[in-house]
Design a protein around this ligand. Structure first.
Ligand SMILES: C[S@@+](CC[C@H](N)C(=O)[O-])C[C@H]1O[C@@H](n2cnc3c(N)ncnc32)[C@H](O)[C@@H]1O
Length: 345
């Protein structure tokens, strides 16, 4: 599989033989559209697993390909399988990674299709996996995608703009209780009941179809005393984005698949930017790095030994210097594990 140029339009051939077009125009430089978070640290953690000829690196969230480019440069024996559900991202990253030729395979898929997509490519095990969760700056900054509460646009928020329910449809159809729960659960929004009731009242007067209309409702719903506590739409927009893209469910299905596919000595690195996602990663990694020996057993049997060991203590954060250059790095929590025992051993 490779990357082909057809009549001036750059197409990436995915494993489904779909053409993923760089619809954004070839003048845009992917490196300028998103700054990879904790780039050096990720490469340092992934590279030891990618030194053997033919070793396979899966970037489950390819984005603009910043992490992947650095890994391919640092690990000349490695091949990349890069997933993204956003075909625009795949097109741009494909252009960036074209110089690596057939070392690169791009897959237009949600990452919970991790195992089946690898099967389709004839790949059994892999050597290193990165999940850099959430949205890219490309998605956030492109007004028309509807992720941003700063710019007015249709209230969309789908990472894969070709399918699924939009944020406007959720805002129009969820009951007040459902909206309140959504804003609490995925946004940790203290004003969730107030915002939910205002939305239900306002949408009865006129549909809320744009980011600007939703921001207007939220601003009017925010009590004067709370107006200084950050942008009122920030947490509601985060909650809607997570719901629209079913982000948590996809991660809960994908990460166990990735851990299952990684060889002994193989590594899995996750960068999470939201507490529910990080909590899931933390708990799964804790379970996988803990002995399953029943308490009181005098000797730990081989099958009770943990399958993974931690590569970092707790969660690593971005330093102040990186946060200053790239504020989107500030919420990151990086966790990483290495397989030390085969599931069958
Ligand atoms: C933070 S960006 C990754 C940036 C990338 N590491 C880089 O250096 O450019 C996350 C990317 O993951 C993609 N993504 C998010 N959830 C996904 C999912 N469930 N399946 C596939 N791709 C997903 C988004 O479309 C976005 O392009």
């Amino acid at each position: 599989m490779g990357i082909s140029d057809q009549g001036g339009t750059r197409n990436v051939m995915t494993e489904n033989n779909q053409n993923v077009q760089d619809s954004g125009g070839s003048d845009r430089d992917p490196a300028m559209l998103h700054t990879p978070v904790l780039l050096e640290r990720c490469v340092e953690l992934l590279a030891p697993a990618l030194q053997n000829p033919g070793s396979i690196y899966v970037d489950a969230t390819l984005g603009m390909g910043g992490h992947s480019e650095a890994v391919l440069d640092r690990c000349p024996n490695a091949r990349l399988v890069g997933f993204d559900r956003d075909s625009e991202a795949l097109g741009l990253a494909g252009r960036r990674l074209a110089r690596f030729g057939d070392r690169v395979t791009l897959v237009h898929a949600v990452y919970d299709e991790f195992a089946s997509s690898l099967d389709n490519l004839g790949i059994g095990t892999v050597d290193a996996v990165l999940f850099d969760l959430g949205v890219s700056s490309l998605q956030l900054d492109e007004a028309s995608r509807g992720f941003s509460y700063i710019q007015d646009a249709p209230l969309d928020m789908r990472m894969d703009a070709t399918k699924g329910v939009t944020a406007a449809e959720i805002v129009a159809s969820y009951g007040e209780d459902e909206l309140r729960e959504l804003f609490y659960r995925y946004g940790d929004e203290k004003l969730a009941p107030r915002y939910a009731s205002w939305i239900v009242r306002e949408r009865a007067q006129a549909p809320i179809e744009t980011t600007g209309q939703l921001v207007d409702v939220l601003q009017r719903a925010t009590p004067a005393a709370k107006r200084d506590a950050g942008h009122p739409a920030k947490r509601v927009f985060q909650a809607l984005r997570i719901e629209v893209n079913a982000e948590l469910g996809a991660l809960e299905r994908a990460l166990p698949q990735a851990l299952d596919r990684v060889v002994v000595g193989g590594r899995v690195v996750v960068e999470a930017y939201q507490s529910l996602e990080d909590r899931f990663v933390k708990r799964l990694f804790e379970a996988k790095t803990t002995s399953t020996a029943p308490s009181g057993l005098p000797v730990e049997l081989p099958e009770h030994k943990p399958e993974f060991s931690r590569l970092v203590r707790g969660a690593e954060r971005a330093g102040a210097a990186e946060g200053e250059i790239n504020p989107r790095a500030l919420p990151v929590r990086l966790r990483a594990v290495e397989r030390v025992r085969s599931p069958r051993a």
